[in-house]
Design a protein around this ligand. Structure first.
Ligand code: DC
Length: 228
């Protein structure tokens, strides 16, 4: 009898603009293959909520640097989700999805100081996932396949028609200016939103969530030796 090779640990990058369905599809992939879900947008949101709480403006770099120095980041596992703690506290969902954070997050996320502060933290979550017995990690964001894990096993880039994305957000009852955030996130100098060369581009505008997940699950299942 030949021993089966141990299943590999995989890193999956899902990048794309606001409202493309990154989190919904990542959640389903994580359930199916027992992977850790890392929503890096929630990290930029939590940091933004903290800056706003402290009264720090994105235009005041000295104040931003000071606030970053005091962030004290940690990680809490909630089911299959990695939640970022700031000073031992997970910023509540209602706060990170608030209109104030929706309006301010792209301004803070454009600052190289903020991105640098979260870079090693995000990379470290692969080790966090491994240590807790996950078969891999799925990170959703803007620069995962281009900057954080350019050598990820799978890199997907989701696109959606912005009008459709705004409808999806409105149906979730959220006030969010998708177009403006995408414009800021795509035009910033540091780690802009781009489909990196070699990533699999998926236009989700006319696809159901199940169809999007199916496209990503097939190659992952092949790698893990599992049913898609
Ligand atoms: O995924 P989201 O819409 O919740 O992300 C909120 C903001 O965070 C987004 O407008 C830009 C920023 N972001 C980023 O700059 N880089 C990432 N990897 C993830 C999010």
């Amino acid at each position: 009898m030949t021993a089966r090779a141990p299943s590999p640990f995989i890193i999956v990058a899902i990048d794309g603009g606001a409202g493309t369905g990154k989190s919904s599809s990542a959640t389903l992939l994580c359930e199916r293959f027992h992977l850790l879900h890392v929503d890096t947008g929630s990290f930029y949101r939590a940091a933004t909520a903290e800056f706003l709480r402290l009264g720090v403006a994105a235009s005041d770099i000295a104040a931003v640097r000071g606030a970053i120095g005091a962030l004290q980041l940690g990680t809490r596992l909630n089911g299959r989700d990695a939640q970022m703690e700031i000073g031992g506290r997970v910023v509540p969902e209602a706060e990170i999805r608030s209109p104030a954070v929706n309006a301010g997050v792209s301004l803070f996320a454009a600052l190289p100081e903020v991105r640098a502060a979260l870079l090693d933290y995000q990379r470290g979550l692969a080790g966090f996932a491994r240590a807790r017995g996950f078969r891999g990690v799925v990170l959703g964001g803007r620069d995962i396949g281009s900057v954080i894990f350019p050598d990820a096993d799978f890199r997907f880039f989701l696109h959606v028609d912005e009008a459709v994305a705004e409808e999806r957000r409105a149906r979730q009852g959220e006030r969010d200016s998708i177009k403006e955030r995408n414009r800021l996130d795509s035009s910033r100098k540091t780690a802009p939103l781009v489909c990196p060369p070699g990533a699999t581009y998926i236009d989700t505008t006319r696809l159901t969530l199940a169809e999007v997940v199916g496209k990503m699950a097939a190659p992952i299942a092949a790698r893990l030796g599992a049913a898609a």
